[in-house]
Design a protein around this ligand. Sequence first.
Ligand code: PBG
Length: 314
Amino acid sequence: MTETFRSMVRETRLGSDDFIFPLFVVPGTNVKKEISSMPGVYQMSVDNIVRECAEVRSLGIPAVLLFGIPPAKDEVGSGAYDKHGVVQSALRAVKKEVPDLALVTDVCLCEYTSNGHCGIVRGNEIVNDESVELLVREATSHAEAGADMVAPSDMFDGRVGAIRRALDAGGFPNLPIMSYAAKYASGFYGPFREAAESTPKFGDRRSHQMDPANTDEALREVAQDIAEGADIVMVKPALPYLDVLFRVKETFGMPTAAYNVSGEYSMVKAAASMGWVDGERVMMEMLTGIKRAGADMILTYFAKDAARYLEKHR
Ligand code: PBG
């Protein structure tokens, strides 16, 4: 009976409806290419994305986060706000075939610019305000193609407010914004940059992403995004920043998301494949820890694995 009572007093319960599963859309048809540093995660063309979304929904996962890798990149990231861009096409196709899956889009330029930066670069600097204008166009274009929520991930100043105003004016006053509010300059994004083909050609993202040593600053960033109209605030990465997540939830009481990023996923997969840790056990412990620290929802590449695990152990 011990396990029965243990279960009755359990404080934190994970469910498949806690997860958002990230997906990488590429041009073409019938493309399904595994990311070498992220076993089980694929770049997929729209037809396969639709199939994947149907499977995700059938596992009880309520939402996906879409990233796009365009057919061509340029200095102004045109593919990001192209009506016929990869993400826009995926949005229309998935909306039609899997209507009850919530579609969140990552709003950023780094996958679309030839230099791999999140905005317009002049000299050696990323220009804030002009970049924000393009992010606004990207978010609007996602909304028009059927996105249920937009998630600006760049960390430029003023982008949440600018996107909010444009959505309100463009006929999308009820479309929520999930802001990557406390986003750290992190080594844990390494494998993602292979998946999204978005490694900066020079420099890094330290001018706009946060110093891992700071927490008070994270609270100020979050407060700013809430003031500008963010509906959900995100902390990213998750594991090395559980204290930040806890403080954000305690301080603001807002719907709070945590991004369990690529490197956190790859580490577990690698260690498990060597037989050094029990992959499933570590995965569930990690996700439980993130929820316990205050996350209302977790963006995670483990979503499908964890949903299957939960189904099996019900
Ligand atoms: C930017 C973006 C990044 C991630 C999500 N959105 C990369 C970055 O900031 O360099 C990382 C996610 C992950 O590592 O899983 N578009």
